[in-house]
Design a binder for this molecule. Structure first.
Ligand SMILES: Nc1nc2c(ncn2[C@@H]2O[C@H](COP(=O)(O)OP(=O)(O)OP(=O)(O)O)[C@@H](O)[C@H]2O)c(=O)[nH]1
Length: 402
């Protein structure tokens, strides 16, 4: 079969050279005109290929932090964020600093497996709503994957899924890697190796906490020799999110996508191999309606610091505090790091419950649930003792003053 000539407006690389693809595009363009009765500007909108940046990196490696920095750049005002979380409930959509109508949460599973169909639907839905003017105009999408996602199935959706590949194009993959946990993560979690190997840009975070991450840098260079490793402190986050990978040699994901295209042409699966996550990985959430006092939070942070290590893959939480009802406290931890407490300026949504998400290796919900209950009981008892002591002191001083 002869190679088909390229035509303007479609990039055939990596998806196989289907003989009638150019003709199909022309038919679809005409169909769009007849369906919408639209003039030239709308046709441009219909035929536009919206660039998509995939932001990946292991659990807690700093994806949301980098994205928030990028979203402050006015150049990203037309960006829609699709965020996927592996946690039992999602918190990232609350922590991403963008208006709620430009953030879509895909939860209850991982983009690379159980919610991959949701990603296809979400992208198609966004495109249709954009055409109908039902959502604000956007010209760029960032997909923040869950920390446990393998990037390949996500890139396959973008380059091969019908209804997606004609409207969106993969601009590039940005991978964050945590300087402190990075080496241990690469040793223990295969997804992390794939996230690095497929990256167009690697951003090393938390090097402010580790002065010489030389060994990690060497490892990254071996896994992805063509990719520059940037320091999160120095990077222009906005420009990074908008870059297009074609400005360097053949990106690794394009090679993988090309193989995927070959498989399609030869009658193979269009969705890649299904895979599951390590069965030892558990996820669960602690939810509380009643606000906590400082004592409880302090005890929790101490317990997390004591238990920090490879089994604590991720903890993150929004905490409703008695002393600060309008400003929730935010806790973060990943493996051996428990980060300092921070505070949001306001509640990001109507939901003001305390929610703490755990992702662990082998540690069950019951164990951690009991630990949190013990902490709550201990803090209640401490409070009661303090109140009794204060009343007693008050009574003694009152008596002495009489
Ligand atoms: N010191 C330091 N902390 C960082 C840096 N980047 C991120 N963090 C902290 O790391 C914690 C986790 O950061 P996130 O941005 O939520 O990580 P994530 O990759 O989005 O996490 P998941 O989506 O849960 O996988 C937060 O407490 C951040 O403040 C950094 O460069 N230096």
């Amino acid at each position: 079969m002869g190679r088909q000539p390229r035509h303007r407006g479609c990039d055939h690389r990596g998806i196989g050279h289907l003989p009638d693809h150019a003709a199909l595009c022309e038919v679809s363009r005409r169909l769009a005109v007849s369906l919408t009765g639209a003039g030239a500007p709308n046709i441009e909108k219909i035929m536009a290929n919206i660039p998509v940046t995939v932001l990946t990196g292991f659990l807690g490696s700093g994806k949301t932090t980098l994205l928030n920095r990028a979203l402050r750049d006015p150049q990203l005002k037309g960006t829609v964020v699709i965020v996927n979380e592996f946690g039992e409930i999602g918190l990232d959509h609350e922590l991403i600093e963008a208006s709620s109508d430009s953030v879509v949460l895909l939860q209850n599973g991982c983009l690379c497996c159980s919610v991959r169909g949701d990603l296809v639907e979400t992208l198609i839905d966004l495109h249709q709503k954009r055409l109908k003017g039902e959502i604000p105009e956007f010209d760029h999408v960032v997909i923040e994957t869950s920390g446990l996602a393998e990037p390949t199935p996500v890139t396959e959706v973008l380059v091969a899924a019908p209804g997606v590949k004609s409207c969106f194009s993969l601009a590039g993959i940005v991978t964050t890697v945590d300087a402190v946990n990075g080496l241990a993560t690469l040793d223990a979690h295969e997804q992390s190796v794939k996230q690095i190997a497929l990256a167009d840009r690697i951003v090393m975070t938390k090097s402010d906490l580790l002065t010489r991450p030389d060994e990690l840098r060497e490892r990254l260079a071996r896994l992805n020799p063509a990719c520059e490793v940037l320091d999160a402190r120095e990077v222009d986050a906005g420009a990074l999110m908008r870059f297009v990978a074609s400005n360097r040699q053949e990106p690794a994901w394009r090679v993988v996508a090309a193989q995927q295209g070959e498989r399609q042409v030869h009658g193979g699966s269009s969705q890649g191999e299904a895979h599951g996550h390590d069965a030892r990985i558990k996820r669960f959430t602690i939810v509380r309606d009643e606000p906590w006092d400082l004592e409880t939070l302090k005890l929790l942070l101490e317990a997390l610091a004591t238990n920090a290590g490879p089994a604590l893959l991720r903890v993150k939480g929004l905490i409703h505090m008695q002393d600060s009802p309008e400003r929730p406290a935010v806790i973060h931890g990943a493996q051996q790091l428990v980060h300092s407490l921070s505070w949001l300026d306001r509640w990001p949504s109507e939901d003001r419950r305390t929610r703490i998400v755990f992702i662990t290796m082998d540690q069950g919900a019951e164990e951690i649930g009991e630990l949190v209950e013990d902490i709550e009981r201990l803090s209640q008892r401490t409070r009661a003792v303090r109140e009794r002591a204060a009343n007693h002191t008050g009574a003694v001083t009152g008596g002495a003053n009489r």
